[in-house]
Every structure is written in C-alpha cells, then in structure tokens.
Design a protein around this ligand. Sequence first.
Ligand code: PEP
Length: 246
Amino acid sequence: MARKFFVGGNFKMNGTVSSIKEIVKNLNEATLDPEVEVVISPPALYLQLVRDSIRPGIEVAAQNVFDKPCGAFTGEISVSQLKDSNINWVILGHSERRTILKESDEVVASKTKYATENGVSVIWCCGESLEEREAGKTIEVVSKQLEALKAQINDWSKIVIAYEPIWAIGTGKVATTEQAQEVHKAIRDWLKSVSDKVAEETRILYGGSVNEKNCAELGKQPDIDGFLVGGASLKPACTFWHPVNL
Ligand code: PEP
C-alpha cells in the first residue's frame, strides 16, 4: 500500500488571530496536491477559528490532549472536546513537551492510547538530543520511546510517527538526508516487531528545520513519508504544503 505523503504544520505557541487568519487564507487559496495530506496545528485558543475557516480536506490538530474523559483537570482539553469541535488530530510527545513539561514516555503513550482509542489520530513525536546523537545512542533512544508506545498501543492505524532530532528543531540545523533516512529506516525496521503491515503502512515524518529549500531532497528518501514543520509553517507564503518539486 502506498503511503500518502503527509505535511503537518506545528505553530507551537505562536500566532495571533490576525496572523493565523492570514495563514488560513493563503492555504485556502493555494493549489494543493491532492496526493498530499495537510494537517495544521495552531495553539488551542485558535483551534476552533481554524477549524471553522479552513477549506475542506485540510485537517486540524491540537498540540496536546489529556488522557481522561472529563472532570477536574484545570487547563487540560479532553479527546471528546476535540471531537466535539471536529478536531481529528493531536500532536503528542513533542520534544518540547517531553523536556520542558517533563512528559515521560509512559505519559505520552497513555495519551496516545486514549486519543487513538477514542477516534483522534496522533502525530507521535520521537527523537534524540545532540548529546545522545554524539554518544551514538540515537537508535537506542528512539527505540526506547517506541517500546513505551508499543507497551500501550494495539491499533497503530491512527498513528503517524514524526522523527524529530531535538538538535534540529528550531535551530536551522537540518539533519542530512542520510542521517534522516538512516533513522527512518531503523524506525521502519523496528515497526516490524509490531507487524509487517504496520511497518509498511505507518507514515514516518521528518521534523527539524524543514523549509522550502531542503524539503525536496528529504522527501525523496524512501522512508520519509512527509514532514512536521515548525517555524517555516508560520510564514504566510510558505509553499511546502504542496511539495510539487518532489
Ligand atoms: C517542530 O516543532 O515540530 C519543528 C520541527 O520545528 P522547526 O521546523 O521549527 O524545526
């Protein structure tokens, strides 16, 4: 089965009503490739604005969700609330939440399980620090993150994996095509421990300083099935939503 190319835009804690409306306007007017799935992820406050104004065919992702149905969890958003607002995706396990907000592999896996079992698809992020890469531990670190996920997940059909080396996020220091492909291949090989079908069908995105200039080469790698883009997704005129030059 061919894996549909996927481009996610992670706005992080950026944007205003006016700048986000401008991004939506550009996307609504852009010529998009029907073979590319596009999902954008504004801050929680703007999810409904984007959902209500984005063109059909583009999905919207939250940047976090909680793993309880409802109740006394101040500051959190539930899966059912996302679904109530027609938000069908969520980014989980982003390194900023793992490091700054101390979300453990197990917490990320639990949220992923809860979201997918209740009908919300997950862009599940993993990746190593510079120190870990320099110590030759990249595959070990990513495998450990994947093992924690596997311990809680049965159905992988609602999961897209984003490999995001921490040292490449927001730094302008993109992984080489060889570095990225090597880890993506290792992730795909690891997925065979779940099943050959999951290994074949799961999309593995690359994230870390992707922009209009470097996306074409990265996207040609056999195990790179798309991108998760941070900074560049905020540029009003960004064009990598439809990497026509692939
Ligand atoms: C991200 O935050 O997921 C990301 C990849 O950021 P950037 O593209 O800015 O490196």
